[in-house]
Design a protein around this ligand. Structure first.
Ligand code: IMP
Ligand code: MG
Length: 181
């Protein structure tokens, strides 16, 4: 069973639901003056579940697009080199973009993606990350909407994986050491 690999639960389904709802409300309020709504870019695969929950808590029109970036492979630490495996399908010229990410760890991936997306002449670019590990940061990344700040522990569930596993856990937990050592 997946749950036998979990040391402790950090955020329950209830915690997650409440936080996603409040993030959606804040975003809806911040862009209330933009009648055409916003353009959300989900960073796959980690943000897939958070993305679909979040957009349903936003009361403005939301256009979707997704990118896939890879800096990890199956390792637990960012390799430092970011590759774009799937680019945007649409032109974001003049759009109000909100990037939706699962977690900002070293910041490497998002630092690269932010630079890349900012070159595309969007009207504005903001970042929404469900989790942030500030103590791990090696490059500064401004998070406009942050769900929770977490300590330096390896988390899984709610989209977060270890070697592509545990993404479908409905809560977020710490993986037992024996699973990866
Ligand atoms: P960064 O480039 O070091 O900021 O890494 C960001 C990416 O690493 C995230 O999009 C996640 O896919 C992955 N990641 C970072 N920390 C964790 C974790 O605790 N559990 C699972 N994935 C993580
Ligand atoms: Mg990952």
């Amino acid at each position: 069973m997946m749950k036998d690999d979990i040391e402790k639960i950090v955020f329950t389904e209830e915690d997650i639901r409440a936080k996603v709802k409040s993030l959606g409300e804040v975003i809806s309020r911040d862009y209330a003056h933009v009648p055409e709504g916003i353009f959300c870019i989900g960073i796959l695969k980690g943000a897939a579940i958070f993305f679909t929950d979040l957009v349903r808590q936003i009361s403005l029109p939301v256009q979707f697009d997704f990118m896939i970036a890879s800096s990890y492979g199956d390792a637990m630490e960012s390799s430092g080199t970011v590759r774009i495996l799937k680019d945007l399908d649409y032109d974001i010229d003049g759009k109000h973009v909100v990037i939706v990410e699962d977690i900002i760890d070293s910041g490497t991936t998002m630092h690269y993606l932010l630079d890349y997306i900012r070159l595309r002449k969007a009207a504005s670019v903001k970042l929404c990350a469900f989790l942030s590990k500030p103590s791990r940061r090696t490059v500064e990344v401004p998070i406009d909407y942050c769900g929770f700040e977490v300590p330096d522990e390896f988390l899984v569930g709610y989209g977060l994986d270890y070697a592509e596993k545990y993404r479908n856990l409905p809560y977020i937990g710490v993986l037992k050491r024996e699973v990866y050592t």
